[in-house]
Design a protein around this ligand. Structure first.
Ligand code: NAP
Length: 289
């Protein structure tokens, strides 16, 4: 593309940002849609995030993605926060407005769109959610918002699962999230579940790790969605498939969180055929790295 005096700038702030796949999503979209826009990763040193947001506003940066470790730290620096993002307590997308940046959480909308594309339902489902960290907490909010029947939230540290359950059930006004210790999985009632793997266990280079390896656990899972996409097929996914379930990795979640951010920045609706082109580029880029 040719950069000129009118080129809009979007970017990513985080630490580190060197391995991000987000430029593939946004720069491909700009090219497919004929937008005069460029997306650049900006590494932000610890302690400098307020300077980064202020500077971006002054430079009229159209939009930003926010990644680890600033997803919650930026909340106090925003002019406005979308309701879902406020409930989750984390944002990953900032949109520039006249009064400053407005924060959104497109990670969760992205996960939801990825699930819809794959034909996975949350509504009225009984769900097992592994983990209670930042990502799992957001998934719990999403499940409650979309009308899940029950979410058994299993975590190594019970306190954290209890805190998330209290918070999500409070917002939902009903008992959706049931917090449990990881090793209490045998207490989950018999039945068939959607399971979301939201811990960091199994992330490369520790590909052989998984939080629960008991085959009896996997007999209960009709669909397993791992938020991890590196490795391409996690141990959790292998165990789900080995017991007859369908398994998905987190790359489509990454794809759609980016697409939704792009839609917010540019006030457009991205077509599914363009999403597919980007997905193929992401997969190629991922396999090269
Ligand atoms: P986090 O806040 O650090 O939470 C980590 C979670 O993993 C906690 O529940 C933690 O349990 C659990 N855990 C860590 N080590 C463990 C161990 N040895 N045994 C049992 N449990 C363990 O991380 P996060 O931000 O939620 O991210 C979680 C995963 O989601 C990451 O792998 C990340 O790559 C992925 N993710 C993917 C996308 C996407 O677009 N696809 C987006 C966001 C995140 P404790 O509470 O007991 O410490």
């Amino acid at each position: 593309m040719e950069i000129n005096g009118r080129t809009s700038v979007c970017g990513l702030i985080g630490h580190p940002v060197e391995h991000t796949l987000s430029p593939v999503i946004h720069n491909t979209l700009a090219s497919l849609l004929g937008h005069d826009l460029v997306y650049v990763p900006f590494p932000v040193e610890p302690g400098r995030v307020a300077d980064a947001i202020k500077g971006a506003d002054a430079l009229q940066v159209l939009g930003l993605n926010v990644t680890v470790p600033y997803k919650s730290a930026v909340l106090d620096l925003l002019a406005e926060i979308d309701t879902l993002a406020g409930n989750i307590g984390a944002v990953n997308t900032l949109v520039r407005t006249k009064s400053g940046y407005k924060g959104y959480n497109t990670d969760m909308e992205g996960l939801y769109r990825a699930m819809q594309i794959e034909g996975i339902k949350i509504e009225k489902e009984r769900i097992i959610l592994l983990g209670a960290g930042g990502a799992a907490r957001a998934v719990a909010h999403l499940c409650a918002l979309k009308g899940a029947d029950t979410v058994y939230m299993l975590n190594r540290t019970l306190d954290k699962a209890e805190q998330v359950a209290e918070e999500v059930n409070g917002v939902a006004g009903r008992q959706v999230v049931c917090p449990m210790l990881l090793q209490e999985y045998t207490r989950i009632p018999d039945g068939q579940y959607l399971a979301v793997q939201g811990t960091s266990v199994g992330l490369a280079p520790h590909d052989d790790r998984v939080v629960i390896s008991d085959p009896a656990f996997y007999e209960k899972i009709h669909t397993g969605f791992d938020l991890i996409y590196n490795p391409w097929e996690t141990r959790f996914m292998q165990l789900v498939t080995a017991h007859g379930g369908r398994a998905y990795n987190g790359l489509k979640m990454l794809l759609y969180q980016g697409i939704i951010a792009y839609e917010l920045w540019n006030d457009v609706q991205v077509k599914e055929q363009d999403a597919q082109i980007i997905y193929e580029r992401l997969e190629t880029q991922f396999r090269k790295s």
